[in-house]
Write a protein that binds this ligand. Structure first.
Ligand SMILES: [Zn+2]
Length: 479
């Protein structure tokens, strides 16, 4: 075998030998011909891939196949050539690719260029006097392979009312641009927004819902009309039908109000949680304010009243008329008297019962013992009287109620409001009988009340007035 390196000298030796004895001209001719063939062979040996272009111009976003740039492959096919290097035809730039065949390589420059203006579709617009006239308003479609900006050929006149002709220009970062004519018509908006409210609006008792999300507001010109909702009459905690008012205003000062009904549906799950607000010892200077708060939140409570304050008996009437329960606490609230004997107790109870019946027209059958059924103070006046009384009141057709949560306002007057709130708020039970005192010096009880009501509303409790059949809390009798 003759190695490749020995090939050229070997051919020369053969030619010299072959032309021996021939004349000089023929010798030189042969040497030149052979030399040209060898040089050509040498060139094509080192450059087996011949390209159409060493620099290829490619429009951005078009396609580019590097094999289409091959003119000829020496001793081979296009498929034998490997192409190295990447061209991103979506991104203008200068790229280099290399064609490789039999360890020989050839490079080409590929210049991806953006030479075309953006695609631009426009529409005419009618706008109100508050609209800022920007090119984007008119463009329904714009695209380009490169970044571009929209502008007006000439700035619009902001004072013109009516029609105005404009030219929208889209120009890309390579300076290619497209221009389109548009007309803007600036008019005064005289129509209010339109409120779309779902019909048959129902929500579930106790479940706070985003009512605003069920309402849409549109305007012919203002893209963001303002929108308000008046839900002050809505009580999501109590089943019923309520009127809510939606209002919308556009930027041109047109407005609309629309009243609609929301039905709050009974929710058995919600109804399982009940808080009974109970107020002992009233009426007092504070009863009116307590009633105002209860009214504000549309919640019902129970007043275990006494007879010793004759100045506020109208508050008992009001409480009854407003749907609260009136229970019997004691006429005198004098432990020494009422717990001296069962006879004394029932004489006092009869007095307060008559008083309530006289005011409300209705006999009360619910009781709260002064000090509760668990009081021990009664033992000072009559041993075992509470054990007798709890049986006797039942025999006479009454139900007595103690409490399972105390506001703590019995510990003294002006217990800090926050301490009362702290003691009163718990969701550890589904049925809460909450003890307050309605008495003139206990202003902090009144101050704490709103927060306590809000707490139980948020926790999903219903507020019920006590009746004889209500959930019963009885303390253990200790005397
Ligand atoms: Zn009391």
């Amino acid at each position: 075998m003759i190695s490749q390196n020995m090939m050229v000298p070997a051919i020369f030796l053969y030619i010299i030998n072959y032309t021996r004895g021939k004349n000089m001209k023929i010798k030189i001719f042969f040497i030149i011909v052979i030399g040209v063939i060898l040089l050509g062979g040498f060139y094509f040996w080192n450059n087996p891939v011949l390209l159409k272009e060493n620099t290829v111009e490619v429009e951005v976003n078009s396609t580019f196949d590097p094999y289409e740039n091959i003119r000829f492959v020496v001793l081979g096919n296009n498929e034998d050539v490997k192409v190295k290097g990447e061209v991103d035809v979506d991104k203008p730039g200068d790229y280099t690719i290399t064609y490789v065949l039999r360890d020989k390589s050839k490079t080409a420059n590929v210049n991806v260029r953006d030479t075309q203006g953006p695609v631009l579709k426009v529409q005419n617009k009618t706008v109100d006097l508050h609209e800022e006239i920007v090119p984007e308003l008119f463009v329904s479609e714009a695209k380009d392979a490169s970044e571009y900006e929209l502008s007006f050929e000439k700035k619009p006149d902001p004072d013109t009312v009516g029609k105005q002709k404009l030219k929208v220009v889209a120009k890309d970062i390579y300076g290619n641009s497209t221009t389109k004519k548009v007309t803007v018509n600036r008019v005064k908006d005289e129509n209010p927004p339109i409120l779309n409210i779902v019909s048959d609006f129902k929500i579930t008792q106790g479940v706070a819902e985003d009512i605003a999300s069920k309402i849409t507001v549109e305007d012919d010109f203002d893209p963001k009309p303002s929108f308000e909702l008046d839900t002050s009459k809505l009580d999501i905690y109590t089943p019923g039908t309520y009127t809510v008012v939606a209002s919308a205003h556009d930027r041109s000062g047109n407005s609309i109000d629309k009243a609609f009904e929301i039905e709050v549906l009974f929710n058995p799950e919600y109804a399982e949680k009940v808080v009974y607000l109970t107020f002992d010892d009233g009426p007092s200077d504070n009863t009116k304010e307590i009633l105002d708060i209860l009214k504000k939140y549309n919640v019902k409570a129970t007043f275990f009243v006494t007879g010793h304050d004759q100045n506020h008996r109208d508050s008992i009437k009001r409480a009854y008329d407003e749907g609260h329960s009136i229970g019997l606490h004691s006429y005198t609230h004098d432990y020494a008297n009422i717990y001296s004997s069962t006879e004394a107790y029932f004489a006092d109870l009869q007095a307060v019962s008559d008083m309530v019946e006289g005011i409300t027209g209705k006999k009360s059958d619910i009781i709260r013992f002064p000090g509760g059924a668990s009081n021990t103070i009664s033992a000072n006046y009559s041993k075992g009287i509470m054990s007798q009384l709890v049986k006797m009141v039942a025999d006479k057709g009454y139900q007595y109620f103690d409490w399972n949560v105390s506001s703590g306002d019995a510990e003294g007057n002006n217990i800090p409001k926050d301490a009362i709130i702290e003691s009163s708020c718990t969701d550890s039970m589904n049925h809460i009988n909450l003890l307050f005192h309605d008495s003139s010096p206990k202003d902090t009880t009144v101050e704490a009340l709103e927060t306590i009501i809000q707490y139980y509303k948020e926790k999903g409790y219903q507020f019920h007035p006590l009746t004889k059949d209500s959930y019963v809390v009885h303390h253990g009798v200790q005397n």
